[in-house]
Design a protein around this ligand. Structure first.
Ligand code: SF4
Ligand code: SF4
Length: 218
């Protein structure tokens, strides 16, 4: 069982567990579709690249924030990362506080990373004339993806995934930068885990996290 499944199981009698399960299922569907899309149109990030995370702060929904917070608290259990997150409040430009400059895997919450991180550089979006367009990420100096593609056929677009994500949302549609959304969730989840277990979710119930693979778009 992977770490995300363990998290869902730990909260499975609650709304939080169900919401995490729905979000993870949506991410899996999206990942499958973007992977087919990228392979069909020969879109790939540079090897080991994570430059976007150095110049970017994701804006995320409540459901996404809860999954990131749970991953930080119960899988990563890394106080330094949490401190970095607290210090990043008010930083809307990046770097993302969850980005690891010195690790080849870069994203410290790869399995729980938000939607925008999954789509950046890996998905088309709807242009002004309603046609789907893919544009090369501006940091992709190695040119491992086409500069621009305009599609006549139906391809997955960012806006559709965004709507699907919002349909899971329980935060009254609120979207904000990652630190602002994740920090309040840390406290909520700690409280909930105490209620469920009479204490923290046992870290021994969770397997050692597997290192994140080279990101497709992070
Ligand atoms: S989208 Fe891909 S190529 Fe562009 S900066 Fe991010 S990881 Fe690098
Ligand atoms: S992929 Fe990870 S490190 Fe990069 S912006 Fe997203 S959460 Fe932050």
């Amino acid at each position: 069982m992977d770490t995300i499944s363990q998290l869902i199981k730990a909260f499975d009698s609650t709304y939080v567990g169900q919401n995490m399960a729905d979000l993870v299922a949506l991410y899996a569907t999206i990942e499958e579709q973007t992977s087919v899309f990228c392979s069909k149109y020969q879109i790939a990030c540079g090897n080991g690249c994570g430059t976007c995370c150095e110049h970017f702060m994701p804006d995320i929904t409540a459901s996404e924030a809860r999954l990131v917070a749970a991953y930080l608290l119960f899988v990563k259990q890394d106080q330094k990362l949490i401190e970095d997150l607290l210090l990043a409040r008010g930083n809307h430009e990046g770097p993302c506080p969850l980005y690891l400059f010195d690790s080849p895997f870069h994203c410290s919450v790869y399995a729980a990373r938000p939607l925008i991180c999954r789509l950046f550089g890996a998905c088309a979006s709807t242009g002004k004339d309603d046609k789907a367009v893919f544009r090369r990420c501006r940091y992709n100096v190695e040119k491992t993806m086409p500069e621009k593609l305009i599609f006549e056929e139906d391809v997955p677009v960012m806006q559709d995934y965004s709507y699907a994500l919002r349909s899971l949302d329980d935060g009254n549609g609120k979207v904000d930068y990652l630190p602002e959304m994740v920090i309040p969730m840390l406290e909520q989840l700690q409280f909930l885990s105490h209620m469920l277990e009479g204490g923290d979710i046992n870290p021994d119930d969770n397997p050692t996290p597997t290192p994140s693979p080279t990101p497709l778009a992070s």
